[in-house]
Write a protein that binds this ligand. Sequence first.
Ligand code: ZN
Length: 297
Amino acid sequence: MKSTLVTYFPPKVQKQLLENQKNIQGKPYEKYFNPEMEVPVDLIKAIQFGPQAAEKTFPPTPENLNRLYADLDNFPNAYYGAADDGENGLTTFNICRHFFPGVTVKMMQWWFTWHVLEKERYSIWFPYAHLANTVVYPERMTNPDLSYEEKLYGNPNHIVEYIGNHLMDAVIHFTDPTQLGLDKALLEKQNLTFSASGWSHSYDTPEVPNALMLHIGRDVEGGFELYTCYFIGAHTVLSQYSGISGGGERGVAGMKSAGITREFMEDNSYEMAVHDITEFTRLGSILPQLYAEFGPK
Ligand code: ZN
């Protein structure tokens, strides 16, 4: 797969790199912190010729999500744009598929429970853009009696990271993908045994869910396939996914009064696409060796 170097980082993100570089000195995994970030040419080209046309986008309803994951052969390489669902909401529209040679479901699950224990671990995932990630119950992550799901679900992640030049301070509630609209039988049929999916809210507004994020994947010949989706913004369906009665509606009302436009969403969606492609390409490239060194023996 042909790759190219990422060459554009906003100044405050460059400053964050220097800060992260200082903090990681002396950590046993320091060598995995590499500021030279590469991305697959085919993915980056897929997001360089304008956002998806309105009629090709869709809001994150259960019907749409199940249709998307039912046809993995035609899952898009990389899409960005805005999903305008009128009175029901407006979100970013991000879809991406990745392939990581030599990676397994087991390694991915280990990563999502290992990196949250030190902010420097989180920084090796995206040396420029990641500041901190902490969980409410860190002791669960090292408890050998708990399954992956028992470690991650109901254990909110407080993340601070740059998306483009915007500092995002949010809480992700990872949960079972069936609670986020996906059909259990469909996931089983497609052998999609990996998930790090959830909904989130801004750190200071816990009563307003503002995103749905799906990272769903499976072991395949020679590696791991990851199918990601992000819908960031406001939509009434987020009440259902988050279990916060009226939360999605509050988000929609807030967005309306703030005058958020489709163009604003497209800008954010593009930055999210670049972020996703950059960080997951990095993770896929370091994970086999990282797991061999620091994973369970
Ligand atoms: Zn990130």
